[in-house]
Design a protein around this ligand. Structure first.
Ligand code: C5P
Length: 418
């Protein structure tokens, strides 16, 4: 789980977006976090403490004189072992209080009294005019300068009937940003290019040859790389997945288009991860018009030609990026994986269990490098992607073109993969 063990103080301030805080609470808990809700008096006008208590499973605090806290210090205790305070929704008034250091209620006092290591995130939510007001804009800039992380707001239709900036981010987007904020930045400053999904090789304008790749593993890798601090470009075949937040996506159909898109963006990339299930052949005599059924029973005669091997082409680039290939094997994973790594001339090849994993949320990965192979604990594709990114970052630091790597890590690396 992405936020396993994280302790979050979720602060609600007065705004209609309070209804989204209920869903955010569930999402945070589902991601493994412990959620302590604190509400302002105004927030209780929009959603009840009872609702938030039922969802968070913990006593909700509103009043700074709340005597249910044993030492009578509700403005201190909740943040002492917390990882973050998240104010969602954050009203214009509360933003103003934060930048002025006001502490006239429990939530604002908690924020001012938080230890330095407790990060403060705010999700502004207000009417478009309130957000655009110069005072609010000034406060938002000041908040960022003070080390407060602003999540949003987004633009769109507002509860008041007006349209524009000021909508609170959706709970799923807030969760994504928090997961990203907590992920170790093992690829900070790196540029990573990922291919994902199947390719589609046309036979005619309505038909084509493709495969069962869902793109889930490649998208999980792109997301994990972004969480790890990388600037990520995702060259994607046709899939029905949303683009991971903060990732630049280039859509392609055929293997040739995927090759061309990769080659056009490869300069300056430090890591290339080829997760796509690329068609080995394309139809050489694809028709520009729809093939008609022949009355005499004759069949279309398709001829095939080889597609470019994108991974091999990138691996052959002089001073190219650190290359990671994927191999889906239905049998003899270990022998085939080892052989494929050498054939493809890549430093790291990731074997997985072949067609049975297509479309599934779980996978099993075996990593092959120059010193042997290591199996990652089986799990969901996102958790595996996170582990894989860590493994890539570790090897990247050891790679010859990278800045000096500590000798201890090299030793540990040999031990793990022997
Ligand atoms: O040879 P095979 O198709 O099994 O190799 C799989 C690996 O090579 C994957 O990383 C895949 O993305 C990549 N590949 C490629 N271009 C191709 C075929 C495979 O980049 N034409």
């Amino acid at each position: 789980m992405d936020l396993a063990g994280k302790k979050i103080v979720l602060g609600l301030t007065g705004g209609i977006a309070c209804y989204k805080a209920a869903e955010l609470t569930r999402a945070l808990i589902a991601a493994g976090a412990q959620v302590q809700v604190v509400m302002t008096e105004a927030a209780t006008r929009f959603i009840t403490a009872v609702t938030m208590q039922a969802l968070s499973g913990r006593t909700v605090y509103v009043d700074q004189w709340d005597s249910r806290v044993a030492n009578n210090m509700p403005h201190i205790d909740p943040t002492r072992d917390a990882d973050a305070i998240v104010i969602a929704p954050c009203s214009a008034d509360f933003l103003s209080k934060l930048v002025h250091g006001s502490c006239d209620d429990l939530l604002s006092t908690l924020c001012v009294a938080r230890p330095a290591q407790v990060r403060l995130f705010i999700a502004p939510a207000m009417n478009v005019e309130m957000w655009q007001n110069p005072a609010t804009q000034r406060n938002a800039r000041q908040a960022a300068e003070d080390g407060i992380t602003l999540l949003g707001p987004a633009a769109g239709a507002q509860a008041c009937g007006e349209t524009g900036m000021g909508r609170m981010l959706e709970p799923a987007d807030l969760l994504e940003e928090l997961v990203c904020a907590f992920a170790p930045k093992v690829l900070a400053g790196k540029k990573v290019l990922v291919t994902a999904g199947p390719t589609f090789e046309p036979i005619d304008p309505v038909r084509g040859i493709t495969n069962h790749s869902s793109g889930k593993m490649g998208y999980a890798v792109a997301r994990a790389a972004r969480h790890a601090g990388a600037t990520v470009t995702l060259v994607s075949g046709p899939v029905s997945l949303p683009t991971p937040a903060g990732v630049h996506r280039i859509n392609v159909q055929s293997a040739q288009q995927m090759h061309d898109a990769v080659m056009a963006t490869i300069a300056g990339q430090q890591v290339f991860i080829a997760v796509a299930a690329v068609a080995d052949w394309r139809v050489a005599n694809a028709s520009t018009q729809k093939l008609k059924k022949q009355g005499n029973g004759s069949m279309p005669q398709l001829r095939f030609e080889q597609n470019p091997d994108i991974l091999a082409a990138v691996a052959a680039l002089p001073a190219g990026p650190y290359c990671v290939g994927f191999a889906a094997e239905s049998e003899n994973l270990i022998e085939n994986g080892r052989a494929k790594r050498e054939r493809k001339s890549v430093p790291l090849l990731v074997g997985n269990l072949g067609p049975s994993t297509f479309g599934q949320d779980t996978n099993e990965l075996v990593l092959f490098d120059e010193s042997g192979h290591v199996t990652l604990p089986a799990g969901d594709k996102q958790a595996l992607a996170r582990d894989l990114v860590k493994e890539i970052a570790r090897r990247l630091a050891l790679a010859p073109s990278s800045p000096a790597a500590p000798a201890a890590s090299a030793k540990e690396h040999r031990k793990r993969t022997a």
